[in-house]
Design a protein around this ligand. Sequence first.
Ligand SMILES: Cc1cc2nc3c(=O)[nH]c(=O)nc-3n(C[C@H](O)[C@H](O)[C@H](O)COP(=O)(O)OP(=O)(O)OC[C@H]3O[C@@H](n4cnc5c(N)ncnc54)[C@H](O)[C@@H]3O)c2cc1C
Length: 431
Amino acid sequence: MTASNGNGNAQSPPRKIVVVGGGIIGVMSAYYLSRHASFRRGIDAITLLEASGIAGGASGKAGGLLALWAYPRCLVPLSFRLHRELAEEFGGAKRWGWRSVGCGEVECLGRAVGGSQEGGEMEGEHVGLGKREGQGEVSSAAAAARLKKAGVPKDLDWLDSGAVKGYEAMAESGATAQVHPRKFTEAMAAYAAEGGVEIKTQARVTGIEYSTDGSAVQGVTYVDRKADQEMKLPATDIVVAAGPWTQRVLPTAPISGMRAHSVTIKPEREVSAYALFTQIRLTKDLGKSGGKKARKTEQTVTPEIYARPDDEVYACGDGDRLVPLPSTTDDVAVDLNRCQDIVDYVGSISAPLRNGEVTARQACYLPSVNASGSGGPLVGLEGTKGLVVAAGHSCWGIQNAPATGLVVSEFVFEGRARSARVEGLDPRLVM
Ligand SMILES: Cc1cc2nc3c(=O)[nH]c(=O)nc-3n(C[C@H](O)[C@H](O)[C@H](O)COP(=O)(O)OP(=O)(O)OC[C@H]3O[C@@H](n4cnc5c(N)ncnc54)[C@H](O)[C@@H]3O)c2cc1C
C-alpha cells in the first residue's frame, strides 16, 4: 500500500529518517517507510537503531494473538487485514506461523500443583512437566461427553475432561489468528533491510538533538555498544518506537513498562490450534495440624495459553511491577519461580502440557500509556517538526503493528495518516 503526494520528488532535499527501537513497532514502521511511494532509495536514508537485538523485548516474547475484537478500533481491522496480506505475500504461514485459531474462555478446576520455592502461593505437592502418567481420559466416551457438556469444541482435545467446568467461544470463526511474534518481526526486519533500511543493532539512542529554537529535530546521539563509542546521526525525521523505554528517549511520553513472565512448552503430542483465556481454580491441601481437620486453601489463576504450529505451546501469566525497567532488553530479570508457576498452572489442566518439555522461561516488559483517558497507543506527530511517536501498544502491539507502521510512514512522508483515523491516538493529547 503506497501513495504518491509530490512530497518526495527528486528536487526536495534528502530525508534522513531515524527509527528508534527494533521491536515490532519500529520494524513495521521501517518496513512501511521503505515501501512508501515517496521514499527515494539512494537519495533518502532510513536507519533503524536498536539498543540490543531485533525483537529482544516483548515483541519476541509475546503470545502473538491477532484479533478482530482487539482494540483500539481505529487500528484493528486494518492491521488484521495487513497481517493476512503480509502472510500471503511472504509465505507467513510457513515463515512465522500465521494461521487462524479458535479462541475461548475456559473455566477449570485444576489438579493439585506445586508452586514456586519462594513467594509462590501454592507450595507443596508439585506437578512438573516430566513424563508423568497421562490421564488418558479424553479419548473415552465419558470424557468426551463431559467436555461436550461443558461446551468445549470437539477438536479442543488437549484439556483434561475432569478439569473443564465451562467453555465459551470468544469470537466467531475467522476473527482470531496468530503469528510467532519473534519470527514475524525478524522476517519483516529482513524485508525492511532488503527495501533499503539500514539496521544497526547494539545501538542505544541516548538523546534527541533539536534545532536551536527547539522547533525541529536535527539528529540523535547513540552509543555503539559494540565499539563502546558515542555517535551522532543527523536526522530530518525521527520515529520513537522504543516500547516501554520510550520515556527514556522522550521524557514527556507518559509510557511505562510492566514485567510479565512467559514460558514455551513442547507438548507431549500435537495440540489443536486454540488460544485459551483460562480461569483455573486450584486447591491445595495444607494437611492437618494439632489434631484438627485437614485445611485447604484455594486460589484462582488466569494464564493465557496459545497453541502454536511446530510443536510449541506458549503460556503467560500476570504482570508485576517488582523490578523497575532495566536499561536494555538484555538486562531483564527472569524470576524462574514465576515461570514455574505458569508451567504448573497450565499443567494442572492438560496432560499434553503436563507431560511436555519446557523449552523457554522468559520475561519482558509490556509498554502501557499512563495518561488518564488514553488506553494507548500513542501514534502520530509529537508537535516538534520531524518527530513521530509510535509506542504504548499494551497487550495488542503484535496485532496492531502493521497498521501502526503504515500510518507512521504516512505521517513521515505525507504529514498525516491516510489509511486509518487515528486522531484519538494523537500523542499531543497527552504529551
Ligand atoms: C506476556 C505478553 C504477551 C503478549 N501477547 C500479545 C499478543 O498475544 N498479541 C498482541 O498483539 N500483543 C501482545 N503483547 C503485547 C506486545 O508484545 C507489545 O505491545 C509489543 O511487542 C510492543 O512492541 P514495541 O516495539 O513497542 O516494544 P518492544 O518490543 O519492547 O520493543 C522496543 C525496542 O526498543 C528498543 N529500545 C529501547 N530503548 C532504546 C534506545 N534508547 N535506543 C534504541 N533502541 C531502544 C528495545 O531494545 C526494544 O527492542 C504481549 C505482551 C506481553 C508482555
